[in-house]
Each structure stands twice: as structure tokens, then as C-alpha cells.
Design a protein around this ligand. Structure first.
Ligand SMILES: [Zn+2]
Length: 399
């Protein structure tokens, strides 16, 4: 049986113990100690990590910790023979992150339970965030309010009390629990915010949590799934967002707290310019169609344009030129989008042949074909000149 030092004082970072058993599992070693400050995986919280220093001062890494019956078993990088005295040192940042997040989760779940009567039906802690599943929906506009209330509990720096009570005594108290418990019950109390049966490790005072941030909330089954971050995780996340916002403010020449408005102005301006540009382009296409009136067969290249321009060019010019029109938009490097048209004509077999010879694909109506080809301008010109010796070749450039 292992003495659970993490319950006697959750802030124990180093301790001495005796190895009582050592087995091998794959490339790792499963070491049992007579006492452990390493917390075993449980209640949604990961097992602790750290190192063990042996009598000859050599070290083995503790990669994970689990509970097995009455024992705490450490997954280690090397063997620790039974009878060996060890000095254990926890990866404290790893543990403290989880204590901040676990306690923050209690505060949020407790406040939500009190306000809406919902239960926390799923709790998961990953490498940098916590997921909470609740069995009811929270109105969108109240999320910020709950987050603020949770942070007020942090600012109040309340003591986090842990009581291990006999079942009958615990049942006199109203507490949250995922399942029906029997025997001794470990109650974690945050005055005014939460009472919850829990086997995890928590900070001693709520002030140590630092910050509680709700990142997202979405419908999940018949309730809601929330992603939260507390403590250092939340700080580092917010720090990155601050840095991003600072960059945006520099690019948009706006104040840090007005980047949203500045971005909106930019998007509107962009849409307006796009509209203006389309107007200019279409007017230019109309002019080109006039210039090519009666020109007969025409091939056009629109460097670095897109399929929309190719289609518009062909559609307009085939009304005036009186022959077959082939427009190619793009570049030799990235290939061309094409549109081929002939009023009341049928270009299907020609386009099929073009696709075959110039590595292309496409199709459409007999009189209007469109697609893309992966070939250079010289190859395209050669292909069409062979079939239309009199064809006019022109370039459409925005001016
Ligand atoms: Zn808990």
C-alpha cells in the first residue's frame, strides 16, 4: 500500500520513499513506492511526471503515474530495484498547470450548477486545455457573465477546503458528483462557489488559479461543450492573442482595442475596390469586343487573370467577331483557364482535340466550351494557328 503524499499536502514537490516492487512492461519499468507525491491519473486529471534520484545519484524519468489497487505505480524510463531508497522530484509546472485548471473547472461547473441546475457530465484535460460537457444549454449572452463570476471567485482568493467524510456525514451536505459514491467521500469545497466530490489535486487558494477563460462553447448532445483554460495555459493563450492583435493593429494603423472596426473597414473597402475593378474590366472587355468587330477567328491571352475573365471575354467577343473565339486566362507557369465560343457553332470535337494535345480538361455546350490546360502560350498558339491560319491573336491586359 502506497502512502498518498499528494493528499497530505498537494504542494509536495519533492519526497523520499522506498521502492517496494519493480516490473517491466515493454521498454518501460513499473515501479511501486511505499509513499508517493506523484498523483495517479484519475478524475479527468493526468498522472504526474518527474524524476526519481537513486542512491548512486543516477536518475530515472517518471513518465506517467497510475493507481493499482492500494498502490501507486510509476511508469519509469529505467529500473528501480525493490529496496532502493529514492528521492522523487515532481515536474511541478506540469502538476501546477493541472491544479490550476482542475480547480478553475470546479468553480465554473459549480457556478453553472447553482445558476441552471446543470451537471458536468464529461470532463477532459488535454495538453493545454480543458473540455467540460454540461447536460443543458446556456444562453449565448450569459457565457461572459459566468466567466466574470468565475474570475471574481479567483480574485476573492478563497480557501479550497478538502474534507474526507464518512458517507452518512457527506450525505447531509449537498454536493456535485458524477456518480453515486460509497464509503469515505472526499469533498472539495470552494465557499460560495462549489462543493464537489473529487479525487483530484487542487490549489490551496483560488487566487493561485490566476485566470479563468472560456474559449468556446457549442451544442453537444442535449447540452453544451465548453473549452476552457486556466492559469498559465490561459495566460500564454491570451499573450499570443495579444501579440497577434498587436500585429494586426500595426498593419491596420489602428489602436489595439479598435482592430475589429479597422478590419471591418478594410473588408468593406476591399469589396468596394473589387466592385470598381470588375466595372473597369467589363468596360474594357466591351471596348475590346468593339475593336474586334468582324475580325473572324480570334485567340486572346489574359495574363494572370482567372476563368471569369476568360468566359466574359469569349462571350462578348463572339457576339461581334463573327468567328470562333478562344480566350486563355493564366500563365505558362500555372496553366490557363480557357473559354471557347462560336455563335450557333459546335466546337466540341476541336476542344476535345485541344484537351488531348495540350494536357487539358473541360467541356460545356456545343457553342461554348470551357476548361483548363497545362501548356505554354507558344504551344497553344501553334495548335490554333494550324487549324485557323487566319486567326487574330491578341492580348487583353488591364490598363
Ligand atoms: Zn475535480
Amino acid at each position: 500500500m502506497t502512502r498518498k503524499l499528494y493528499y497530505e499536502d498537494t504542494c509536495t514537490k519533492e519526497f523520499d520513499a522506498l521502492a517496494t516492487a519493480c516490473g517491466q512492461k515493454g521498454e518501460h519499468f513499473l515501479v511501486t513506492l511505499d509513499a508517493s507525491a506523484f498523483y495517479p491519473e484519475g478524475g479527468g486529471q493526468s498522472g504526474d511526471r518527474g524524476i526519481l534520484i537513486l542512491q548512486d545519484q543516477s536518475e530515472v524519468k517518471v513518465l506517467d503515474t497510475h493507481e493499482k489497487g492500494e498502490d501507486i505505480v510509476l511508469t519509469c524510463s529505467g529500473p528501480v530495484p525493490a529496496g532502493e531508497r529514492v528521492h522523487g522530484i515532481l515536474d511541478w509546472e506540469f502538476r501546477f498547470d493541472r491544479m490550476q485548471n482542475h480547480t478553475g473547472e470546479h468553480i465554473l461547473s459549480g457556478l453553472i450548477h447553482e445558476r441552471y441546475g446543470y451537471h458536468n457530465v464529461g470532463f477532459h484535460m488535454s495538453q493545454d486545455r480543458v473540455t467540460i460537457d454540461l447536460d443543458g444549454e446556456i444562453p449565448e449572452e450569459e457565457i461572459a457573465l459566468i466567466e466574470k463570476k468565475a474570475n471574481e471567485v479567483v480574485w476573492a482568493d478563497l480557501p479550497v477546503r478538502v474534507d474526507v467524510l464518512p458517507q452518512e456525514e457527506a450525505n447531509q451536505i449537498e454536493y456535485r458528483s458524477k456518480k453515486k459514491l460509497e464509503g469515505e467521500i472526499r469533498l472539495v469545497t470552494i465557499p460560495g462557489a462549489d462543493v464537489c466530490a473529487c479525487c483530484g489535486t487542487h490549489v490551496a487558494r483560488t487566487g493561485e488559479i490566476g485566470l479563468i477563460k472560456i474559449l468556446s462553447h457549442e451544442r453537444f448532445r442535449s447540452g453544451v461543450r465548453m473549452e476552457i483554460m486556466c492559469g498559465r495555459w490561459a495566460y500564454e493563450y491570451m499573450e499570443e492573442i495579444f501579440r497577434q492583435n498587436h500585429e494586426v493593429s500595426v498593419h491596420l494603423s489602428s489602436r489595439l482595442y479598435e482592430t475589429g472596426k479597422a478590419a471591418q473597414r478594410l473588408v468593406e473597402e476591399n469589396a468596394r475596390l473589387k466592385g470598381d475593378l470588375t466595372g473597369i474590366l467589363f468596360a474594357q472587355i466591351d471596348r475590346m469586343a468593339k475593336e474586334l468587330e468582324g475580325a473572324g477567328d480570334v485567340m486572346l491571352f489574359a495574363p494572370d487573370s482567372d476563368s471569369r475573365i476568360a468566359m466574359k471575354l469569349t462571350a462578348k467577343i463572339m457576339e461581334t467577331s463573327g468567328g470562333s473565339v478562344f480566350s486563355f486566362a493564366g500563365s505558362d507557369k500555372n496553366g490557363y483557364k480557357y473559354a471557347a465560343g462560336l455563335t450557333d457553332g459546335d466546337l466540341r470535337s476541336l476542344v476535345k482535340e485541344m484537351n488531348r494535345s495540350l494536357n487539358g480538361r473541360g467541356g460545356g455546350k456545343p457553342y461554348f466550351q470551357q476548361g483548363s490546360i497545362q501548356a505554354g502560350r507558344l504551344q497553344i498558339e501553334a495548335f490554333l494557328k494550324e487549324r485557323y491560319p487566319e486567326i487574330t491573336c491578341s492580348v487583353f491586359a488591364i490598363s
